[in-house]
Design a protein around this ligand. Structure first.
Ligand code: AMP
Ligand code: MG
Length: 434
């Protein structure tokens, strides 16, 4: 969290250390630079019904006990546990949500439903399976009834005053259920980051439109937006920007005014029309932090800030842009909303087939399986060109390959960033269930 200005950075003032700016940074160093620029988003109070998957902004302490009354956990009869009578007179009925006046004493019982409050005098529930009805009496077939049996005491799930969810918790099904159960509505969450996605390149055509010679379809837009949808973000797809300096410059300036994060793809390599790189570098109020990474794919990734806005100039190749998003943008978005864990888990794996190394740290798209002993095995998912999206299809991991001339052999131990849970090694189990 810094307050950089162009002057102090000197990118325009003539004292630009280009060598340092273009130093190929190891991904870990780049990640730390990105996270160092993240500012926590403001909070907002929203109706609980709109808070799914949003991030809690403050610790949530239980305002009340749960359950708020001793409750039956079984359908049956509320009795006095110590009462030895072989049969009891049924003196009332206790449904969930209602309260009977009847008071249970020796020789009596109240019929009770799961979730209903235990009536006065009773201290146990005999489940219905252990009883038999006879006119207005119930016969208890259970020998010993323990005090407290089949009763959920006050505060046994949540005790008043306990910290139930710390700030930074993502409100998934269980979490939001807890918030609702505590009666907290509305709830205070971090504002969703506003993220815009811009594809750049004169060659790009909308899917569904015919291709002229030299054109390709804009696939990055769909991949990037879909990858972002699993985070609580507000996404604007701004469109395709041509390789025209004025138009692109105007677009970036416009988006900076409203967005927390701007993601562009394309235009960051070494070509003359790599305008994103040039525009970011030349803009007086934009600070470029790095633009080359010691990694493959995704070497020419530009990261800049303009005020509080983070700008990621991802490379145009579809695989490179997705890898860059996973390693740098997803953690930044999570950090902005105050989540304590921002990275995907990295786990040790055994290489299942040999694969080539590279001169940079390589993130190979791979399939990780877990065997019966719980060991993880990684298989690179086919050819790893940065244009080949197929390498991501079905992959659940980025296999981290340290630079090495000699190829990696099957059986070698490596690390993998898990994008999804490992697959079962024995697929037939899931097939049987299906
Ligand atoms: P660039 O970084 O602009 O030099 O682009 C690198 C490669 O990625 C080129 O082959 C581009 O055609 C391709 N590319 C750029 N943008 C996209 C996009 N939005 N969708 C698919 N491919 C793209
Ligand atoms: Mg381009």
């Amino acid at each position: 969290m810094t307050d950089d200005s162009k002057e102090s950075n000197g990118q325009r003032g003539g004292a630009i250390d280009l060598q340092e700016l273009d130093r190929m940074r190891p991904p870990q160093e780049a990640r730390a630079i990105v996270l160092g620029q993240v500012r926590l988003l403001d909070t907002e109070t929203v109706p609980l019904a709109e808070a799914s998957w949003q991030v809690l902004a403050a610790d949530l302490t239980a305002p009340e006990d749960h359950p708020p009354f001793p409750a039956a956990t079984m359908d049956g009869f509320a009795v006095v546990a110590e009462d030895g009578s072989p049969w009891r007179e049924i003196i009332g009925e206790q449904m969930a949500g209602a309260v009977t006046d009847a008071e249970v004493t020796d020789g009596t019982a109240v019929r009770i439903m799961t979730g209903a409050a235990i009536p006065r005098g009773a201290n146990a529930v005999v489940k219905v399976e252990a009883t038999e009805l006879s006119d207005d009496h119930v016969i208890i077939h259970q020998e010993d009834v323990a005090a407290g049996e089949n009763i959920r005491p006050v505060g046994s799930d949540v005790r008043k005053g306990d910290l139930i969810l710390p700030a930074g918790t993502v409100l998934g099904p269980a979490e939001i259920g807890l918030v609702a159960g505590m009666g907290v509505n509305p709830v205070t969450v971090r504002r969703k980051p506003r993220v815009s996605v811009i594809s750049t390149g004169d060659e790009l055509v909308e899917p569904g439109q015919p291709l002229a010679p030299g054109q390709i379809r804009d696939s990055n837009r769909f991949s990037i937006v879909t990858a972002l949808r699993t985070e609580p973000v507000e996404i604007t797809f701004v469109g395709k920007a041509p390789d025209k300096r004025d138009a692109l410059e105007a677009l970036l300036t416009e988006r900076r005014a409203s967005d927390d994060v701007i993601i562009t793809t394309g235009g960051v390599s070494m070509g003359e029309l790599d305008l994103v790189k040039a525009i970011l570098f030349d803009a007086p109020d934009v600070h470029v932090h790095f633009r080359r990474l010691y990694m493959k794919p995704g070497k020419p990734l530009n990261f800049a800030t303009a005020g509080d806005t983070l700008i990621f100039g991802l490379p145009g190749n579809p695989v490179s842009s997705l890898v860059g998003l996973e390693l740098f943008i997803r953690p930044a978005l999570r950090a902005m909303s105050g989540q304590p864990v921002v990275d995907r888990p990295t786990v040790p794996v055994t290489l299942a087939t040999g694969t080539d190394g590279s001169d940079r740290i390589e993130y190979q798209r791979a399939i990780v399986t877990v065997d019966a002993e719980g060991c993880l095995h990684a298989t690179p998912n086919g050819s790893q060109q940065s244009s080949r999206l197929q390498s991501f299809v079905g992959a659940n991991a980025l296999l981290v390959i340290p630079p090495r001339e000699r190829p990696y052999d099957s059986g070698e131990r490596l690390q993998a960033v898990l994008l999804a849970p490992p697959h079962a090694a024995n697929r037939s189990i899931s097939t049987e269930l299906a």
